[in-house]
Design a protein around this ligand. Structure first.
Ligand code: C2E
Ligand code: MG
Ligand code: MG
Ligand code: MG
Length: 292
């Protein structure tokens, strides 16, 4: 029986590691097919404020929904190939197009002042016409530039003058700019002085167990201070546990929160039902915050 158990554990281990195995990457051929057949779609994950009970924005996250598959494929299984094959412009184009199309419905569900977050990879900032291209698509659907936030990960920080120029052009057009995964890269706080960011997203690694980690608390407290003085929206990403949520809501009432505990990334059609249940669960008074 012990042998059976050992075999089972080994099998489970193999299945888990397979998730990150090269073999689980979608092929370039499949990705091209997905782009052609509109199997590439955005899911949306809300960023919320528990003090005002408002949905501040929804982040568009790319998924590939293969025919006959129940689970949508996440970016870790296709982004590396997309980048290598030079398909990132097509991917962004497709996500932006669908997201722009669905954004009117989203506003109808979540409120007129909700914004949309779109992830860009730094490669795309090499193209100086980017701001114009995004604006054309966005406005074609009747939206205002101030309603779109462009998220850039800190990890692959802005490296050259062309990327900087591109960011400035986006900001001059009144798009929001978000510094994503803050705390994972080598960027120092000076990025906030030199680059026109309107939002900072604190990486999940600084949020995990924050209620009992005084190092992370110190960082978030100073970031909250800096953000309020610079008029930057501060977001905490990757909230999975109620003890993290309770701590953050009580200590940082202006913080915008995002994570599986609040909502998984989801298709537009399910946002209205999610919003109602979120309001039902957390609305009313702050006394109704669930305890551990
Ligand atoms: P990101 O922009 O930092 O997005 C956050 C990621 O964390 C998403 O993974 C999201 O599903 C996941 N997440 C959200 N809440 C939680 C949580 O509570 N716990 C944990 N463990 N994870 C959580 P996803 O959708 O797999 O995307 C991964 C990354 O791929 C994104 O990181 C972003 O950098 C990139 N990406 C996604 N969509 C696009 C896109 O359309 N264009 C580009 N260029 N990059 C994209
Ligand atoms: Mg992001
Ligand atoms: Mg992030
Ligand atoms: Mg990330």
């Amino acid at each position: 029986q012990q042998d059976d158990l050992a075999a089972l554990v080994q099998k489970a281990g193999e299945m888990l590691s397979q998730k990150w195995d090269e073999s689980s990457l979608l092929s370039e051929e499949t990705i091209l097919q997905a782009l052609e057949n509109n199997w590439v779609v955005p899911y949306f994950q809300p960023k919320v404020n528990f003090t005002t009970m408002r949905v501040e924005s929804v982040e568009a996250l790319a998924r590939i929904v293969l025919p006959g598959e129940v689970n949508a494929v996440r970016p870790c299984r296709f982004l590396p190939t997309v980048m290598k094959a030079g398909l990132i412009d097509s991917l962004t184009g497709r996500i932006l197009d669908v997201a722009a199309k669905e954004f009117s419905t989203i506003k109808g569900m979540l409120g007129d002042d909700v914004k949309l977050g779109l992830n860009l990879s730094p490669d795309e900032l090499e193209n100086l016409s980017l701001a114009g291209i995004i604006e054309a698509v966005w406005q074609q659907h009747g939206h205002r530039n101030s309603e779109l936030i462009l998220e850039l990960t800190e990890e692959e920080a802005i490296q050259n003058n062309r990327q900087l120029e591109c960011l400035n052009r986006l900001r001059l057009k009144d798009f929001g700019l978000s510094l994503d995964d803050f705390g994972t890269g080598f960027t120092n706080i000076n990025q906030l002085r030199n680059l026109p960011y309107t939002e900072v997203k604190i990486d999940r690694s600084l949020i995990i167990n924050i209620h009992r980690d005084s190092f992370c608390q110190a960082i978030v407290t100073s970031l909250a201070d800096i953000a309020s003085q610079l008029n930057i929206t501060l977001v905490a990403e990757g909230i999975e546990h109620i003890s993290e949520l309770n701590f953050l809501v009580q200590k940082y009432p202006n913080l915008v929160l995002q994570g599986y505990l609040i909502s998984m990334p989801r298709p537009t059609a399910t946002l209205a039902a999610w919003y109602r249940s979120w309001q039902r669960q957390f609305g009313a008074t702050s006394d109704s915050m669930p305890q551990d």
